[in-house]
Write a protein that binds this ligand. Structure first.
Ligand SMILES: [Zn+2]
Length: 589
């Protein structure tokens, strides 16, 4: 995807009415010149989400989320920046010129492969639902034997691939897809000798894997014949699909995950289909062994609360343990739900029902209890060696927890459970050298912002500049960004100057795109939104400038005084004299 030119982004922002846009997602109520709503980004009972049409921005005074139309759709539709621009551009009728023809071709190819996959989903599904052949009967019988209803087949778009060499290939050719697109989709396999290709999936039940936007990415195919070597075969990696980057079912589950603020992660297709059918909808399937960091980050867009529900056979346990560390590193709250060794979510719900399943989820163990339980079962905790082994395996996991308080709590608990002195565990922890420095996790910037008091005169100066570009022109010559002591305001002011030099005006909505981090954006939208009555702007401006310069001079004087003291101590009298001169100039200035 090529870079989208700045002026096109500006056009998209200008031509999108923020009240109409946000109003199409959530009900807005007029309040003076602004509009108010219950914030879509955090839970609240009284509205603190404000849309300011005059500036084309929004700001939430509860969770400090803020931005322009692009930030809103990025956040709400969970799109990246370019996707958001494209979506709003299409709505507003703005044409995005492609700057990079290579990117364009690749992008077109991706779109075509998406389309080919879509045809495949429909083709397989149609075979299963309407096919009259005996082999389709066998597929239906198989699904019936697993208590998969026709409704369920339709809901999850389950399909069937005929036991033929070119059923799908023909279909795709007929629909006009080029050989390149068909090959790139991974739906076919090139023939060894000569030209052509044949269908990858034959005589199998097909599960389609969609991305969070409901676009078909890849397929999983289950064997029906006993002599098929592999029970499941899957699409190879393609220009759309990378293993370990997606989940099965996220497209169906995302709203439920947001609603419940939790996700249940299971292993396979049927482990997902069964609970979802039973009304437990916040479920995704990992389709691999252990989770990857990419998958965890994808989930983190929706929730931080994860319940792992993997099979408890040996492979499942190992996968769960590996996944736990990744979840912890990504700062997620993790619990583990346990089923008996020979159960999976599918068989459990069929046998005991959905309510029993819900109870299991409710009773999910903390990660700590789960891992400790497994280790206690594996090593003999009655012996010193056994306890040492358990300790050594628990500590690296504990040290992945970002919160120091929680970490220390677990160290204490580990000592208690193993009945060894806490100091011994702490010593062991040091010896293992696993003490992790506290890392800035997600949301840290926002927390820092919430605690932070902005300098009143610096905020006021910035507010004035956002109200009237005339003050940018005036401020530009008397206040340098370096004169400002608040990091965020300094950054914003520098951008304001830059924008003003270029365009002789400052649009807040356009300015927002310059800042990638939430904290700076939040400060900007809050200041721009603040309903201050500006009576005597001229005097306010003068006061701000005076105060900022005063603070700056005071700091500078202090610096010179400190330097002089050092120079005096060192007997460097030339230096003292030079510093004294500088000091005098400041006082006069
Ligand atoms: Zn909010």
């Amino acid at each position: 995807m090529g870079l989208i030119p700045e002026d096109v982004i500006g056009q998209v922002i200008d031509r999108t009415n923020i009240v109409e846009l946000i109003g199409s997602y959530i009900p807005l109520k007029k309040a003076g010149a602004n509009y108010k709503a219950l914030c879509p980004f955090h839970n609240e009972k009284t509205p603190s989400f404000v849309v300011t049409p005059g500036k084309q921005i929004f700001h939430c005074f509860g969770c400090h989320e803020g931005g322009n139309v692009l930030s809103f759709v990025m956040k709400h539709e969970r799109l990246d920046f370019a996707e958001a621009v494209r979506m709003l551009a299409a709505k507003a009728g703005v044409v995005i010129p492609e700057t990079d023809p290579g990117a364009r071709v690749k992008d077109d190819l991706r779109q075509m492969v998406f389309k080919a996959n879509e045809v495949a989903v429909e083709y397989y599904h149609r075979n299963l639902v309407t096919g009259k052949e005996p082999e389709v009967g066998i597929a239906r019988d198989y699904l019936k034997s697993r208590t998969v209803s026709l409704d369920c087949v339709k809901r999850f778009k389950i399909g069937y691939a005929y036991d033929a060499w070119d059923g799908l290939a023909k279909e795709l050719k007929q629909k006009g897809f080029s050989d390149e697109v068909i090959l790139k989709s991974g739906l076919v396999v090139p023939r060894d000798k000569g030209q052509g290709f044949y269908d990858r999936f034959r005589g199998r039940v097909i599960f389609s894997i969609f991305d969070y936007r409901n676009r078909a990415l890849a397929f999983g195919a289950r064997a029906l014949k006993k002599d098929d070597k592999a029970k499941y075969i899957n699409s190879p990696e393609s220009i759309l699909y990378t293993k370990g980057r997606h989940f099965y079912g996220l497209n169906w589950a995302k709203d439920a995950i947001t609603r419940e603020d939790a996700v249940i992660i299971v292993e396979g297709y049927m482990d997902l289909i069964r609970p979802v059918e039973a009304g437990i909808e916040n479920v995704v399937a990992s389709l691999g062994t252990a989770l990857t960091a990419d998958q965890v980050r994808l989930i983190r867009r929706y929730t931080r609360n994860v319940i792992m529900l993997f099979d408890m056979d040996t492979a499942g346990q190992a996968a769960t343990l590996r996944s736990l560390d990744i979840l912890l590193e990504e700062d997620m709250n993790v619990r583990v739900a346990a089923l008996a060794d020979d159960e999976d979510p599918d068989s459990f719900i069929l046998k005991d029902g959905a309510d029993a399943f819900r109870d299991r989820i409710k009773q999910a163990h903390s990660l700590f209890d789960f891992k400790l339980g497994r280790l206690m079962a594996a090593h003999n905790a009655h012996t010193i060696e056994g306890r040492a082994m358990i300790c050594q395996e628990m500590l690296p996991t504990i040290d992945k927890i970002p919160s120091e308080v929680v970490r220390d709590g677990y160290v204490r608990e580990l000592a208690g459970r193993l009945q060894i002195p806490e100091e011994a565990v702490i010593k062991e922890r040091r010896r293992l050298g696993n003490i992790v420095q506290s890392r800035p996790g997600g949301g840290e910037a926002k927390k820092a912002y919430e605690r932070k008091e902005l300098s009143p005169e610096e905020s006021l100066l910035l507010k004035l500049m956002l109200v009237d570009p005339k003050w940018v022109a005036e401020s530009r010559v008397v206040i340098l960004p370096e004169d400002l002591k608040d990091d965020a305001i300094r950054l914003i002011v520098a951008k304001v100057y830059e924008l003003f030099d270029r365009e002789k005006q400052v649009g807040v909505a356009a300015l927002i795109n310059s800042f990638g981090d939430d904290a700076t954006r939040s400060i900007l939208t809050r200041l721009a939104q603040d309903d201050v009555v500006f009576n005597d702007q001229k005097r306010m401006f003068a006061d701000c400038v005076k105060s900022i310069k005063g603070t700056r001079q005071k700091a500078e004087r202090q610096r010179l005084r400190d330097a002089m003291k050092l120079a005096e101590k060192a007997g460097d009298w030339d230096m003292v004299r030079s510093l004294q001169e500088q000091f005098n100039t400041i006082i006069k200035g």
